[in-house]
Design a protein around this ligand. Structure first.
Ligand SMILES: Nc1nc2c(ncn2[C@@H]2O[C@H](COP(=O)(O)OP(=O)(O)OP(=O)(O)O)[C@@H](O)[C@H]2O)c(=O)[nH]1
Ligand SMILES: [Mg+2]
Ligand SMILES: [Zn+2]
Length: 382
């Protein structure tokens, strides 16, 4: 079995990723409804149908012992076409190659009850040696999806009670919002922070488009994250080039996912960090002040000096996956110093008397908006 070792990537493989994206978006226009569906509501991200239907195919999984791993190649899923996955691997000459892989009806996964294949997954696949006409990628079939070391996941918008993995095997989550156009959403930041902790990711909050807003206001509004929670907050303007060097120095050698609402500048920043126009960018709608969901699939790009960056489709909602009501407060670390002083050990910090958390909010020791986030998430949990 040939092991996958990331190499110094050639811009050829990046161009291949770009051309796949272009091709998939062309297919999308003509084949919407068959290859992919809009899930949830009008504004939510496109989710490839394959990601959803594959989850449902889990009942067909085989056991690992039946696999002939010697005949398989190891690689990393870097892109999706909506019906297949682009897997990066090293060939016998140690060159980084890409293969267009489908998933068969029977597949082995080390991630039960989850999205079957996600961008970032390390997989083992059977390379079809006879494929690979000039100008086309070789084809293959994924046989095994290895256990994810980390992930950005949310409650699936499609099938109730399922986890939807947006990207896997990453180090950092850049929670990207805009200072204006559209104005950042602190409740959504708080949801992302929970997802980062659950998925084993280091969060970085990045507020882009600062050219449209007073920086002092934004910094003061987000003090609780920097001072109380020790989460880095980076302020950028992609169009003016502000803060990009700071952001880039934090990502070197790491795998980072950019996630946030549509139109905040994820693709614009990813292009700048990669030094190439690899991702399409579109104006925010004048009428709704929202992005137009230009990016429709997650894509992983190699960084020039090692590591990867994942650009993802814009999301508006972030349903909490696998958080129990009585565990929620544990994710709010600014409550930690007060939680244990509540009169009732099972205090939910909502209606109970002598609640130390509510008292801390009243005294301005806990940020009022963080407390409101807690209450609003609590209401959505079972
Ligand atoms: N004023 C200003 N505009 C920006 C900045 N960064 C990006 N934009 C603009 O914002 C719009 C949306 O940018 P995108 O990069 O497509 O946003 P996105 O987050 O990738 O959006 P989706 O792919 O739809 O999720 C484009 O018109 C960009 O030119 C910035 O720092 N300042
Ligand atoms: Mg985009
Ligand atoms: Zn309490």
């Amino acid at each position: 079995m040939k092991k996958y070792k990331p190499q110094n990537h050639l811009s050829k493989s990046r161009r291949a990723a770009k051309s796949w994206q272009k091709e998939s978006s062309v297919k999308r226009v003509g084949e919407r409804g068959r290859d992919e569906r809009r899930l949830h509501d009008e504004d939510d991200a496109f989710v490839p149908l394959s990601a959803v239907s594959m989850t449902l195919r889990l009942k067909n999984i085989q056991h690992k012992e039946h696999l002939d791993t010697a005949a398989l190649t190891e690689g990393k899923v870097v892109n999706s076409t909506g019906r297949s996955w682009i897997v990066e691997y090293c060939n016998d000459d140690n060159l980084t190659m890409q293969c267009d892989c489908v998933t068969p009806r029977s597949i082995v996964t080390e991630n039960p009850d989850s999205t079957l294949v996600a961008v970032g997954d390390v997989v083992m696949f059977k390379l079809d040696d006879s494929s690979g006409e000039i100008e086309a990628l070789p084809t293959g079939v994924i046989a095994l999806v290895q256990e994810r070391k980390s992930k950005l996941a949310r409650l699936s918008a499609g099938s109730a009670g399922m986890e939807q993995v947006i990207v896997s095997n990453i180090d950092h989550l850049v929670i990207l919002m805009a200072a204006a156009d559209p104005f950042y959403n602190r409740r959504l930041i708080d949801r992302y922070l929970i997802a980062a902790e659950q998925g084993g990711l280091e969060p970085i909050i990045c507020i882009n488009k600062i050219d449209l807003m007073n920086e002092k206001f934004v910094r003061e509004d987000l003090t609780t994250y920097t001072k109380q929670l020790s989460i880095p907050v980076v302020i950028t303007s992609a169009v003016k080039g502000k803060g990009v060097v700071e952001l880039s120095s934090m990502l070197a050698g790491k795998t980072t996912v950019f996630s946030g609402p549509s139109g905040v500048g994820k693709s614009t920043l990813v292009n700048i960090l990669l030094g190439e126009e690899l991702q399409d960018v579109t104006e925010v709608s004048r009428k709704t002040q929202r992005g137009l969901h230009t990016t429709t699939f997650s894509v992983l790009f190699p960084l020039p000096n090692g590591g990867y960056i994942a650009d993802t489709p814009g999301i508006r909602e972030f349903g909490m996956w696998d958080v129990a009501k009585d565990e929620l407060a544990f994710y709010f670390h600014d409550f930690d110093a007060y939680r244990l002083n509540c009169r009732y050990p099972m205090c939910t910090h909502t209606h109970e008397p002598e609640c130390a958390v509510k008292a801390a909010v009243a005294q301005g020791l806990i940020d009022e908006q963080r407390y409101q986030s807690y209450v609003s998430i609590l209401e959505t949990l079972e």
